[in-house]
Design a protein around this ligand. Structure first.
Ligand code: NAP
Length: 220
């Protein structure tokens, strides 16, 4: 876990609960993060470098900080699944949330270019952080979470970790197709059922893995 505040904290708690050993990597591990100790022996507070030793790494730091982190940790992250949860988002002068990269490339493609030796996935991006806890625990499985990756293993590992958080993973396909999860995309920043999420992707021509060709939602 790179970043241990809102997103890192909430997702990490789910993963510990699911039985994973989680290294919570803080910029400045200190008293403020003492809650990690309450999660039991499977949770450990460490530095960012320490957390990058994990088999799978979730990036939950501010978007603008991520490139420097990728540069510093690229050797450690090589060959690993790196799940990018960062938002390339900014407010424009009319107060609208807009895509800081201008929509193309997608955030996932950009991360993949910055980490060419890692298996980059994109997920945990389109749901506001507080719902990562409240919805998952209140209604496990009902709510869907988009997942994109170019590499099959990265896709499958990320999907399993999404399930471990109580959400149903829905594939958007490759990183180039992950735009709907980015700012200004139709999934951002919302919570959908699986059926609704698939219906939205079908409308916008997304690459969901199981879109009903008639445009209707697939309810499974
Ligand atoms: N908030 C949401 O609803 C939401 C939902 C989905 C995705 N996201 C995205 O997920 C990411 C994390 O969001 P958040 O709301 O959890 O943010 P946050 O609460 O601001 O937490 C950011 C974390 O990044 C760390 N950090 C800050 N600067 C850093 C640096 N230069 N190097 C390494 N670590 C650094 C912070 O550590 P220190 O406090 O020790 O500096 C903190 O642990 C963001 O990119 C955000 O856009 C947010």
């Amino acid at each position: 876990m790179l970043g241990v505040e809102k997103v890192g904290h909430r997702v990490g708690r789910h993963w510990v609960r699911a039985g994973h050993a989680v290294l919570f990597g803080a910029n400045d591990p200190r008293e403020l993060h003492a809650w990690v100790g309450d999660l039991g022996p499977n949770a450990r507070l460490t530095s960012l470098v320490g957390a990058a030793e994990a088999d799978v790494v979730l990036v939950a730091v501010p978007f603008r900080e991520a490139p420097g982190l990728y540069e510093a940790l690229s050797a450690q992250l090589a060959g690993k699944v790196v799940i990018d949860a960062t938002h390339p988002v900014r407010f424009d002068d009319r107060g609208r949330l807009v895509h800081a990269l201008g929509v193309h490339p997608t955030a996932g493609e950009r991360t993949s270019r910055l980490l060419p030796r890692s298996l980059v996935a994109r997920s945990f991006t389109h749901i506001p952080e507080e719902l990562l806890t409240t919805r998952a625990f209140a209604e496990p499985v009902r709510w869907a979470m988009g997942v994109s990756a170019d590499d099959d293993r990265a896709h499958d590992v990320t999907s399993d970790l999404v399930r471990d958080c109580g959400f149903t993973p829905v594939s958007l396909g490759r990183l180039a197709d992950s735009g709907p999860m980015d700012p200004e995309g139709p999934l951002f920043p919302h919570l959908y059922t699986e059926a609704d999420l698939r219906r939205i992707l079908a409308r916008v021509g997304g690459k969901s893995d199981d879109i009903n060709p008639t445009g209707g939602a697939n309810v499974q």
